[in-house]
Design a protein around this ligand. Structure first.
Ligand code: PLP
Length: 396
């Protein structure tokens, strides 16, 4: 059976060209990029090239504004913790209610262990940020705003550039977790007030365990990881040369494929959404219909559990994700759908289909072929109520 991979917001297939670019740095060119001899210098040259490839993708003014890290989680942690260190007189953090756990878990920890005040800005039913609440939370007590560029579950895009301008008015640093946006949304950071931006290799057909933090020139920064002087003292530890080279190549390819992402990939996604809505009753697309990542379709199916749908889809060779996390036997809707105040009966049955440049019309056709039968079968099995009715209150 042909498999269909539609879970690209979780991780992507490493591009064969990326693998090819990385291989020599495991074999012949194994030198330490910081060494001055004949083994070190090709590695050093390769790391510098990767920095420029990334600079081009995100429109940074200078290549040294990029510090390589182990991925999105480390970049997010490094940005927020640095801000609290360089501005000890400020103890506020502004973030959103729908951030990735890389930000939300750290904020909750800081709230518990330090005298830090965290403002979590709510979103509406379409996952759009409450701009009035955001403006109200900004004050000279805020050290950093950390708000994602695009949401990993619904694909909703936040107005990062406008949010950064507002943060500047109160002298706060502005960081954005752009792990899902980089490579899908054109960026020109040099013309923005964004101080720091996180990205991750494995979301853009690069390897896992490598990422970067963009730190605008002039922004004071304290390294999260203390040690040697690598990455201009902003991230200690011998550089992951193969990973960095892979990320650089992935960035170069992302520049080439950006148009494809916004035309062909978007039209595959739209075809899937329209096809599902036409064939399956009581289904709706979540997130902002206008400002959404071109590759993400998060669809809520009323009166059916995501868990069952995922299992049956998997039997047909189709891989995707749910907006629910299975904990101790009960499916809890994700914090994103909860923050959107999504009706529980639909939040429990939310499936995320996320595309990449490796997907085809055939993949869409396969999902459309099997989805109506899967939903109908599960609704018949689990549902004694009619679709559209509210479920009884209390835990399910
Ligand atoms: N931020 C967002 C929005 C993500 O989607 C992810 C990964 O799922 C991360 C951060 C974490 O990135 P990494 O897996 O590179 O640590």
């Amino acid at each position: 059976m042909r498999s269909v991979y539609l879970d690209n917001n979780a991780t992507t297939r490493v591009d064969p060209e990326v693998v090819e670019a990385m291989l020599p740095f495991f074999t012949d060119q194994y030198g330490n990029p910081s060494s001055a001899h004949a083994f070190g210098s090709p590695a050093g040259v390769a790391v510098r090239r990767a920095r420029r490839q990334l600079q081009a993708l995100i429109g940074a003014e200078f290549d040294y504004e990029i510090a390589f890290t182990s991925g999105g989680t480390e970049s997010d942690n490094a940005a927020i913790l640095s801000a609290l260190e360089v501005m000890p007189e400020r103890t506020g953090i502004v973030t959103s209610a729908v951030e990735h756990p890389a930000v939300l878990t750290l904020c909750a920890h800081l709230e518990k262990t330090r005298s830090v005040k965290v403002h979590r800005i709510p979103v509406d039913r379409l996952g759009r940020l409450d701009l009035d609440a955001y403006k109200a939370a900004l004050s000279p007590r805020v050290a950093i705003v950390s708000i994602m560029w695009a949401n990993n579950e619904t694909g909703t895009i936040f107005p990062a550039i406008e949010l950064a301008n507002l943060a500047k008015e109160v002298g706060a640093l502005f960081h954005t977790d752009a792990v899902q946006a980089v490579g899908k949304v054109p960026m020109d950071l040099k013309s923005t007030a964004i101080d720091m931006l996180s990205l991750s290799g494995h979301k853009l057909h690069g390897p896992k365990g490598i990422g970067a933090l963009y730190i605008k020139r002039g922004v004071r920064f304290h390294s999260l990881i203390k040690g040697g002087h690598q990455e201009r003292g902003r991230r200690a530890g011998t550089e992951n040369t193969p990973g960095i080279v892979g990320l650089g190549k992935a960035a170069e390819l992302a520049v080439q494929f950006m148009d494809d992402e916004n035309t062909r990939v978007r039209s595959l996604r739209d075809r899937l959404e329209k096809g599902v809505l036409k064939r399956v009753p009581y289904a709706i697309v979540t997130g902002d219909p206008l400002k959404r990542l071109p590759n993400t379709a998060n669809i809520a199916f009323d009166q059916v559990e995501a868990d069952g749908m995922l299992r049956l889809l998997s039997r047909y060779g189709i891989a995707c994700s749910s907006g629910s996390a299975c904990s101790s036997g009960s499916l809890q809707p994700s914090h994103v759908l909860t923050a959107m105040d999504f009706p529980r009966s639909a939040a429990h049955g939310t499936i995320r289909f996320s595309f990449s440049r490796h997907n085809s019309e055939e993949d869409v056709g396969r999902v459309l072929e099997v989805m109506p039968g899967i939903v109908e079968k599960l609704r018949d099995m689990y549902c004694s109520r009619s679709p559209g009715e509210e479920p009884p209150s209390g835990p399910t």
